[in-house]
Design a protein around this ligand. Structure first.
Ligand SMILES: Nc1ncnc2c1ncn2[C@@H]1O[C@H](COP(=O)(O)OP(=O)(O)OP(=O)(O)O)[C@@H](O)[C@H]1O
Length: 668
């Protein structure tokens, strides 16, 4: 244990024994809680607690909407303080770090100090600390160096402010922390004002986003500032009832509530605007920006205090109930990926919200389910569409060449290098999107190199001494469960965090409800020898619907390519499908014709397009009768029908029949 840690523990023990300390009251109170309520031993140094990827994801998922809304504020704050050595943490109301931005050069030190994604800063585990104590008190504060309870954390300075939801409950904590700082606590007071300011902005952004279809009323004590930096923000419905507020507005309204009202515990949500302001809902349109701010005066109903107002009208006519519109229209490239499939609708709706963010995306899904297709659609839907989309197959990169392929090299950087050097795929994607396919298959040493590029936003081509800055949006994809890969030691956890700003999980084809539409769409792009479009027989459709599609859309596209190549007319029949699909159609036909219930037919029956849709075909009944009479001996049935064996086989294929062995089981 270091000397400063021992001295700190001494002070804690003395304080616990009742000795006076020079600490702020809020710190003293927290130290008392740590000992008497959280039962923390001042002499025990605890490692920071960092959640597993699975548990972290649960917390992140619950905060997804909020984190998305907060992201711009979080990034702006970070840009302003990064140069001073701060990292930024956004935690949920339990103290779990769900979003983090820091200088990756210090990754290891930051992780050791608990300044990392997934770190748990609840006071019960971590002792007095900015996030944990902020959660407890509901107030912004600085916990500077030896203010921390646990001696592990005394090198840190941390400043945190609460962010409240529109109903007054704690939603998140915004924190900036540094590994080193000047000794006087006053050095952090400006940081405190900064963090508070951004916490307020995030709170307002969250309120406005949540109630974007309602009246938003902004208020400030000065007409010059009401439009740019309002102090109080309220959401009000068309009948003038309060729906939500930022924390400052909530405090103001509580002060205005009569003592009896407060004592009766009357909440604020649902109360009339006119109870608090000399203002009714019908007055709100007058307070738009059209009127000079100085003329938008509003008085508090109780105290008569003057304020200035600015209102944002809901998108529909004021005073009328707002009709919730259907889900917002998707950008065309995303809408083109599916039709009437709930899982795809959910994935694309989420993707649509993220197209123009800097957030890295991880697309998961079985092989061939359309991960690259989705990545391209996200690229095409966003502001980077005119810049390159560069796919990299991480599994196929030979390790020896990878450095040059990915990061480029200067002319003559090594023997065998191209004479003019190489730009490298990362720099090719500058301004656009880098798509890292099969990232779960990337060898570990390469993961380390890639992590550096993603974290530092710069590349150093081989043979160059200076790094080149690069602006890329990263979308990664994998068919593997990366959390399992992390557990097995095959994937770096820090890289996982870096690439999985949001996870988009694509459904497998067999789970989709729009197979028919996909089939029609894929067929529409294929023409027969005469240039006419193909169509599909009902039996062939039934066979496609009955298949499990382990290779997903790729397997479907290949099957249709095959069918179009072998079909002799413009109509694709069952016998034009690849062999493995014909068995399924056969199952259907036999099921109905012969009364058998083979396993495959049962599967087909349970699928989207029941076997009953297979059309009755002329000649099929005689064929089945002849086969059944001959014990499903094809040669004997051919003799009975006066046909040759090949013709019987061809007809069986056409009618989707396969020979049943004696005893009635299916033989494909
Ligand atoms: N919505 C779609 N409409 C039409 N074709 C599609 C669609 N989605 C995917 N495809 C086609 O399916 C095939 C597989 O798609 P893609 O390469 O995007 O899958 P993947 O999940 O990235 O595959 P892998 O896991 O093997 O990398 C491609 O030929 C693609 O053109």
């Amino acid at each position: 244990m270091r000397r400063d840690q021992a001295a700190h523990i001494d002070e804690l023990v003395r304080a616990a024994g009742g000795a006076a300390t020079r600490r702020d009251a809020v710190i003293q109170e927290s130290w008392r809680r740590c000992v008497s309520e959280h039962r923390l031993d001042p002499e025990v140094l605890r490692e920071p607690c960092i959640l597993t990827a699975t548990r972290l994801r649960e917390h992140q998922d619950a905060m997804e909407e909020f984190t998305h809304t907060a992201r711009f504020g979080v990034e702006t704050l970070y840009r302003q303080v990064a140069g001073l050595g701060y990292v930024l943490l956004l935690t949920d109301a339990k103290g779990i770090t769900v979003d983090f931005i820091g200088d990756p050069t210090f990754d290891n030190n930051l992780m050791r100090a608990g300044l990392y994604l997934g770190a748990d800063w609840n006071e019960q585990h971590a002792g007095t600390c900015a996030v944990g104590t902020c959660i407890h008190t509901g107030e912004a504060l600085v916990v500077h160096q030896t203010d921390h309870f646990d001696a592990t954390h005394i090198p840190l300075t941390c400043t945190a402010a609460p962010v409240y939801d529109p109903f007054g409950a704690l939603a998140a904590v915004l924190d900036i922390s540094a590994l080193r700082s000047p000794e006087p606590k006053e050095s952090q007071f400006l940081a405190l004002q900064f963090v508070k300011g951004f916490a307020n902005k995030i709170e307002t952004a969250n309120l406005v986003s949540r109630f974007r279809r309602e009246w938003i009323v902004k208020l400030a004590g000065s007409p010059e500032f009401v439009d740019v930096e309002p102090s109080y923000v309220l959401a009000v419905d068309g009948s003038g009832r309060l729906l939500g507020f930022n924390n400052a507005a909530r405090q103001l309204l509580l002060r205005e509530t009569s003592t009896e009202g407060r004592a009766a515990g009357r909440g604020l949500v649902g109360r009339r605007l006119g109870e608090f302001f000399q203002l009714e809902v019908d007055d709100l349109p007058r307070f738009s920006h059209a009127l000079p701010a100085a003329q938008r005066l509003v008085r508090l109903a109780g105290s008569g205090t003057p304020l200035f107002a600015a209102t944002l009208a809901p998108p529909s006519r004021p005073g009328r109930p707002v009709v919730e519109p259907a889900a917002p229209a998707l950008p065309a490239p995303l809408a083109a990926l599916f039709r009437d499939d709930p899982a795809m609708r959910q994935v694309t709706a989420r993707a649509a919200k993220l197209v123009n963010t800097q957030m890295s995306l991880l697309i998961t899904g079985e092989t061939g389910s359309g991960k690259e297709y989705l990545a391209k659609a996200i690229h095409a839907a966003g502001a980077r569409a005119a810049r390159p989309f560069v796919p990299v197959n991480c599994a196929a990169l030979p390790e020896s060449l990878v450095e040059g392929e990915l990061f480029g090299y200067e002319a003559g950087a090594f023997t065998g290098a191209a004479a003019r050097g190489k730009k490298g795929l990362v720099l090719e994607a500058d301004g656009g999107t880098l798509f890292l396919d099969e990232i779960g298959d990337m060898p570990l040493p390469l993961q380390t190199r890639l992590l550096r590029v993603l974290a530092e936003h710069e590349v150093t081509p081989l043979g160059r001494s200076k790094p080149v800055p690069v602006n890329i949006r990263v979308i990664a994809a994998t068919h593997r469960d990366l959390v399992d890969e992390i557990k097995a030691g095959r994937f770096r956890e820090d890289l996982y965090f870096r690439i999985s700003g949001a996870v988009l999980a694509l459904p497998a084809l067999r789970e989709r409800r729009d197979l028919d539409w996909l089939v029609s769409r894929l067929i529409a792009g294929r023409c027969d020898a005469g240039g006419a479009r193909f169509s599909l027989s009902e039996a062939a459709r039934a066979a496609l619907a009955a298949h499990g599609w382990p290779g997903n859309i790729r397997e479907l596209a290949n099957a249709l390519d095959y069918a179009c190549a072998v079909a002799e007319s413009g109509v694709i029949g069952v016998d034009d499908l690849p062999d493995r699909l014909q068995g399924l159609a056969a199952g259907c036909a036999v099921d109905f014709a012969a009364g058998a219930a083979p396993e495959m037919a049962a599967r087909a029956f349970a699928s989207r397009l029941p076997c009953a849709l297979a059309p009755p075909s002329a000649g099929r009944d005689e064929l089945i009768a002849a086969l059944a009479a001959q014990g499903w001996n094809v040669s004997a049935a051919a003799r009975e029908l006066g046909l040759d064996r090949t013709t019987v086989h061809r007809r069986m294929r056409r009618f989707g029949l396969v020979a049943l062995r004696q005893g009635g089981s299916l033989a494909s």
